[in-house]
Design a protein around this ligand. Sequence first.
Ligand code: HEC
Length: 112
Amino acid sequence: MRFSFFILTLCLCVFAKEKDSFITAEEYAQHLYKNPRGIGCDKCHGPNGEGMVIANYLHKGKKRVLKTDSIKHLTLEQFKAALEEKNGLMPKYFLTRSEVKTLYDYLYEAKE
Ligand code: HEC
C-alpha cells in the first residue's frame, strides 16, 4: 500500500516536471483567452480578437447592434488598462501580469 503510494507520488512528480511538454505556449494562451477565470474573451471579442456582433436588439422601436471592434491593434499599456478597469459591459477580470501579457501576445500573433 505504502509502496504504491510512493510510485503514484513519483509519477505525479515526473508528470509535473514534464508538464511543459503537454501543452505548448500557444495552446496555453488559447485556453486562457477562452477561459480566463470568468466568461471567455472569445464570447464578446471573437475567436481571435477581431471583434464581433454580440447582440441585435430593439430599443424604443429602433434596431440596435451591440458589437466590439478589434482589440488586436492596441498597445500593451492600453490592453492592460482595459483589463484593469471596469468599463461598461466588459466584465472585470483578475488576471496576473503574466496572464495579461500571454493574452496580448496571443492576439497579436493570431491571424486576422
Ligand atoms: C461580456 C462581453 C465581454 C467579454 C467576455 C470581454 N469583453 Fe472586452 N470588451 C467588451 C466591450 C463591450 C468592450 C468595449 C467596446 C469595444 O471597445 O469594442 C470591451 C473592451 C475591451 C478592450 C478595450 C478595447 C479598446 O479599443 O480600448 C480590451 C483590450 C478587451 N475588451 C479585452 C478583453 C479580454 C482580453 C477579455 C477576456 C479576458 C475580454 N475583453 C472579455 C466586452 C467584453
